[in-house]
Each structure stands twice: as C-alpha cells, then as structure tokens.
Design a protein around this ligand. Structure first.
Ligand code: HEC
Length: 278
C-alpha cells in the first residue's frame, strides 16, 4: 500500500499521457504538480498493520495540553511520514500537513516546518493509571481523553503557535499549501478581505461556511447565518470571548480584538447573502 495513491494517480496519468500525446506533446507526466494531490495517512489503519515504526519514550518538558512535564510512548512522526510517503515526489515548501481529529478539528501547518521539528506521534501516556492509556485532559471543565494519537515535539516551545499539538488525532493529510477556500472569497466586495483572511486563519479549522471547513463547531452560514439570529454587537463580543456567554464552552478565546471580530462579522454578513446549498 506504500504511496498507493501516488502510484494510482501515476498509472492514470500514464494512461492519459499515452492516449493524449498524439494530440498534445507538452502534456507530460512531470509537468503535473504532484503536490496538487491529496495524500492521506490513516493512523489507526497503519497501527493495525504494525506500520507505525519503532516505539520509543519521549519527554516533553512543558506539555502545552497538560501544562507540565510529561512522558509518552511514541513513534517518530517525521520518520513515519518519510516511510509512508515518497517525499521526492512533493515539495515540502509548497505543502501543508493537516491533522484530522476525532471531533472534526482540523489544524494544519507547513510540511517543511513539521519535518524539521522532530515530531512524535504519542500513543500512550506513561503516567496513565494501570489499565488505561491516557490521563484525562481537563479543558475548561470538560474531561477529554487524548486517544488514539497525540502529536508532541521534544524541542519546540509550547508558545510557538506555528506548531500544532493535536490530540484525538486519527488521520494526517498532505495538501497544497495554497489550498484555501476560494469559493468563500468575498469577490463582490474586496473590502471584506481582512475578515475573510481572519476567518480562514482562525475559524475554518472548526467551522464551515456553505459546508466548506471543519466540523468541530457548527456550520455558520447555511441554512441560517449566525448573523441572522444573533444581535450583531453580541456576536462581535462572543467571538472575542465565548466563555463570557457560555459556561464550559469548547470554542477557545483566540485573542482577537473587537475590531478584528467586527471585520469577521462584516464578512459573515456578506456570506449570508451568498449562501450555497451544500
Ligand atoms: C477550536 C475550535 C473552534 C475555533 C478555532 C472557533 N470556534 Fe467557534 N465554536 C466552536 C464550538 C465547538 C462552538 C459551539 C459552542 C461551544 O461549545 O463552544 C462554537 C460556536 C461558535 C458560534 C456560535 C454559533 C451559534 O449558532 O450559536 C459562533 C458565532 C462562532 N463559534 C464563531 C467563530 C469564529 C468567528 C471563529 C474564528 C474567529 C471561531 N468561532 C473559532 C469551536 C471553534
């Protein structure tokens, strides 16, 4: 199954080029950027097939999820990617790694940054009580279990927000870095570009608009836009600080200013006039 997808596409491209080369000489396999393909690693599937790699124990001095020193049983995540994906076929500078978590959360980061980072895929917490694999995480009063996998780094500061530490991780995708949702771009009013960019960077990992985006939080545009059932000033305040509205809220406080939140709400109002059936 190694690089099966790439292989498959190559076979298709090959057949295509054989059929088409009579008409179009320039239609060569090499000219088609491999990074435009989506590559997926199903981690549970790889574990079941014993293909995760060699077990090791890692120590994380200041774990950003547990807020203390932690030790995990883990495998090298960078090595796993190198084993499973033929990296000579893609350009890590133009590719992003997307983490799919069980609850629909989908954080992402540039692949080259990830490959340089000495990342590990933790599958068991050494501190876990006998008979269990994980110590529960306490998040805003909710108890969460990190299973099945949690990405950790031995030499990355917990404050470096370029790095993602997803838990409940089930799949890894590689996608082109510049893949953003162009369908959601406010092409009829370019002044809303700031709100669009903020939404792409801060919200789309958890929320969808017209069905495009993450699924941890609710869809915000269809069939009813949040701007249609929230009072505008309260929506702005909610986005700045969700926990001032709801107890045990799962949506994080993202550190946005009121001004930035207003830009997002203006963009969401535009999107409410641009609904697309999913
Ligand atoms: C880590 C995931 C996450 C991120 C990032 C996130 N949200 Fe949320 N959001 C949620 C969840 C989950 C809910 C459902 C309520 C709850 O439990 O917090 C929610 C609820 C909401 C609601 C209320 C929906 C309703 O119908 O009442 C709005 C509006 C909202 N989010 C907007 C945003 C915006 C705008 C951003 C970006 C600035 C954002 N969210 C970023 C997870 C997230």
């Amino acid at each position: 199954m190694k690089t099966a997808k790439i292989h498959h596409v190559f076979v298709c491209l090959f057949i295509f080029s054989v059929f088409s080369c009579n008409q179009k000489k320039e239609q060569k396999v090499e000219t088609i950027p491999i990074a435009q393909m989506e590559i997926k690693l199903d981690l549970l599937d790889l574990q079941a097939k014993n293909r995760l790699g060699k077990d090791t124990v890692v120590t994380i001095i200041n774990d950003p999820v547990y807020h203390k020193e932690k030790k995990y049983k883990a495998v090298s995540a960078t090595q796993l990617i190198k084993n499973e994906i033929d990296l000579t076929k893609i350009d890590p500078q133009k590719t992003k790694i997307v983490f799919e978590c069980m609850d629909g959360y989908q954080p992402e980061m540039p692949l080259d940054l990830f490959l340089k980072s000495n990342a590990f895929l933790a599958f068991q917490d050494i501190d876990a009580p006998n008979g269990s694999k994980w110590v529960p995480i306490n998040k805003n009063g909710n108890k969460m279990i990190a299973e099945p996998f949690y990405i950790v780094y031995e030499s990355v500061s917990e404050n470096d927000s370029r790095y993602k530490w997803p838990y409940n991780l089930v799949r890894i995708y590689l996608e082109p870095l510049n893949k953003s949702y162009k369908e959601l771009y406010p092409s009829k009013n370019k002044k809303l570009e700031t709100g669009y960019t903020l939404f792409q960077n801060q919200c789309i990992t958890c929320h969808s608009l017209n069905g495009l985006g993450g699924t941890m939080g609710p869809e915000l545009n269809y069939p009813k836009s949040v701007t249609e059932y929230w009072k505008e000033n309260e929506l702005v305040d909610y986005i700045v600080n969700p926990s001032s509205f709801r107890n045990k809220v799962k949506m994080p406080t993202l550190g946005l200013s009121k001004q930035q939140s207003q830009e997002i709400v203006d963009y969401l109002k535009y999107m409410s006039d641009n609904k697309n059936k999913i």
